[in-house]
Ligand binder design. Structure first.
Ligand code: LP5
Ligand code: MN
Length: 252
């Protein structure tokens, strides 16, 4: 492959878009991103919370989801690989959606090698261990029997229950400090040790985009936190020279 200008080999990372029918501007920005920015990349990694929520793959037959699936198909047909990891909002995304969109589902966490560097990927919510109420909720809804029972409910009932949990979650978050809702440093150190201290760790979820440097057991690790797309789209780009965070132009 010839590496010139923006054709140079590179990989993109995004998370926390929270796409939904009631925020059409974000969906439009995302479709633009897929058509223009992502087509030049080798691969796109979506690290969770692509959707505001996902009630089950039978919810994907509407026009909003159809446009997103078609855009993924167009992108992947040009040879760009798209990988998707579950977030806390869309962990019910399953193989019907991924097959239709031609994207690959990744486990959380996943270790990849990118341009000779070990890069660990996660949504990030599993590391928010100080948030005891969330951890308990997470354990319950990530149970496969619980999910099978939930998915056996009619779609309208699932949506009703999710809306109720959303309201409760928003209410409870007002009572939690920012520290409680951030990554726990011991949980982070434990995860990085399990993966033999990768050079890079990329995650989303906290909506606190940043670059952090850690020194653990003689290793230097860079932790990149992805931003959400509520106000402005953004992505992390990685090429042979390293990582850089990019904001999308906003339309006026
Ligand atoms: O998403 P975000 O960033 O706003 O908040 C998260 C945590 N909240 C959640 C809940 C989701 O936002 C909404 C549900 C998504 C849909 C999933 C589909 C299938 C599930 C269906 C369930 C019926 O993840 C929030 C964290 C925050 O991140 C920061 O890390 O604090 O956690 C909470 O607010 C959780 C509450 O503290 C506890 C909620 C208890 C609800 C108990 C109900 C028990 C019933 C279980 C299932 C029916
Ligand atoms: Mn999240």
């Amino acid at each position: 492959m010839t590496n010139i200008g923006d054709q140079a080999s590179h990989t993109l990372f995004i998370s926390d878009l929270h796409l939904c029918v009631s925020r059409p501007k974000i969906t439009a920005a995302f479709l633009q991103f897929l058509q223009h920015t992502a087509t030049k990349a080798d691969a796109l990694y979506i690290l969770g919370d692509l959707f505001e929520y996902w009630a089950g793959d039978d919810a994907m037959k509407d026009a909003h989801h159809d446009a997103i699936i078609c855009a993924f198909q167009v992108l992947t047909n040009t040879g760009v690989k798209v990988y998707f990891m579950h977030g806390n909002r869309d962990f019910l995304v399953a193989h019907s959606f991924c097959d239709a969109a031609n994207i690959t589902l990744l486990a959380d966490p996943t270790l990849i090698t990118l341009y000779n560097q070990k890069v660990l990927l996660s949504h990030g919510d599993a590391l928010c261990t100080d948030d005891a109420a969330y951890m308990q909720f997470r354990q319950q809804v990530r149970n496969s029997q619980w999910q099978a029972d939930f998915l056996s409910l009619p779609l309208a009932e699932r949506k009703r229950q999710i809306e109720a949990i959303r309201m409760r979650s928003e209410q409870e978050k007002t009572q939690k400090t920012a520290e409680i809702m951030d990554i726990n440093q011991n949980a982070l150190a434990k995860l990085l040790a399990e993966f033999d201290y990768p050079a890079i760790f990329v995650h989303g979820h906290t909506h606190r985009p940043n670059q952090h440097h850690l020194h653990l057991n003689g290793h230097h690790i860079t932790r990149w936190v992805l931003g959400d797309w509520y106000e402005q789209g953004s992505y992390l780009m990685c090429n042979r020279e390293g990582f850089s965070s990019v904001k999308l132009a906003t339309e006026n």
